[in-house]
Design a protein around this ligand. Structure first.
Ligand SMILES: [Zn+2]
Length: 364
């Protein structure tokens, strides 16, 4: 029995699940970060992991062919498949980013698969206020008020500024004049999508203030994702100035690949920074132990968190959990065998990174 086999997880960042059936094309769309599916995502470590670990949950042999898997999925129906995969993940709490949801969506709570808690995506709050605002003051005051209102019912905040103008967030909030000018420009543009660097900096600092005030961690997307982002601007090292000026706030760096070592360094030098691997976990599949090992080279054990970034298809929520336990377990078993760590310490490390750190950070 591995050191992490039975550990119950807190999935500190995921999204909703599709509430209807997905045919082969739609399923593959959710199995890649590419905008257009040109190459078959089944032919990747993620695809192999689906066939190895999800097929048995649907009572197929491990490594079932993609067509066999998709046929079985259709036969059982999305409801049955989703319930099985989510319950078998062994997750007690899912922290769901409600700013991006598949359509139509459902959540793990509807399948008796654990509790769901909300993480508020701040750009979505700003864009929702924008839809009804007609003056600069109405827009800015409205965003401030709505952020506080939404935050009061949530366990955390999240920003996707890494997707918009990148992670080089100014160390201090822009001045009022600049913010008002930028807000006027946004209103005049008529474009709902917030893409102005001054306003995004302002919003992230507003979120940081709300987070510090209400003791809610601020999650930041870092590292890879769909091609909507410029990966060079998603290196968490760009956050240094912002992190130095926000020590009263807990900051969580999400996903991180290929900058997971940079993120581990930031967690090492800044006591208010934590790191997870999110999206990286299902995507790197069988390589996960190696990637996690690189994070643990420098990150303090109390700064490492689990998440799946599961989104759309429940296979991702499931694989995050399976691959996390397996990768962490393999790493710890190796360390025990090499006498790097004792069995009791290994077990504590497994529980801390799988759930206890998140429980403390989000006050669950
Ligand atoms: Zn996400």
């Amino acid at each position: 029995v591995g050191a992490a086999d039975d550990v119950v997880l807190i999935d500190q960042h995921c999204h909703g699940v599709l509430a209807d059936d997905a045919d082969g094309a739609r399923f593959r769309f959710w199995l890649t970060e590419a905008d257009t599916v040109v190459r078959d995502p089944f032919e990747s470590l993620l695809g192999l992991a689906v066939r190895r670990w999800c097929a048995p949950v649907l009572e197929l042999p491990a490594h079932a062919e993609p067509d066999v898997y998709l046929r079985r999925r259709a036969e059982l129906g999305w409801r049955e498949v989703t319930g099985r995969l989510l319950r078998a993940a062994g997750v007690s709490d899912w922290l769901v980013d409600t700013g991006f949801v598949p359509e139509p969506a459902t959540t793990p709570a509807e399948f008796g698969a654990g509790r769901v808690r909300e993480v508020v995506r701040v750009e979505q709050v700003a864009e929702q206020v924008f839809a009804t605002a007609d003056t600069v003051a109405g827009l800015l005051d409205g965003i401030r008020a709505e952020l506080r209102r939404r935050a009061s019912g949530a366990v955390g905040l999240k920003s996707v500024v890494g997707y918009r103008t990148g992670l080089a967030v100014a160390p201090t909030a822009p001045d009022d004049r600049a913010v008002r000018g930028a807000a006027a420009g946004w209103l005049a543009s008529g474009q709902t999508r917030l893409a102005d660097a001054t306003l995004l900096d302002w919003l992230v600092h507003e979120a940081a203030a709300v987070g510090a005030e209400l003791s809610l961690p601020l999650q930041l997307h870092t590292g890879f994702g769909d091609p909507d982002l410029d990966l060079r601007q998603a290196d968490p090292l760009l956050l240094k100035g912002f992190l130095q000026s926000t020590t009263g706030l807990s900051v969580v760096l999400l996903h991180c690949w290929p900058y997971h070592r940079n993120a581990a360094y930031l967690a090492h030098v800044f006591g208010h920074v934590s790191v997870d691997l999110g999206l990286t976990v299902p995507y790197v599949g069988a390589r996960f132990a190696a990637v996690l090992g690189e994070v643990l080279e420098l990150a303090p054990f109390s700064a490492v968190l689990y998440s799946s970034d599961g989104n759309g298809i429940p296979e991702l929520h499931h694989l995050g959990a399976v691959l996390w336990r397996r990768g962490l377990g393999r790493l710890l078993d190796e360390w025990i065998a090499e006498d790097v760590v004792g069995a009791a310490d290994a077990e504590r490390l497994a529980h801390a990174t799988s759930a206890a750190n998140a429980r403390r950070l989000y006050r669950i």
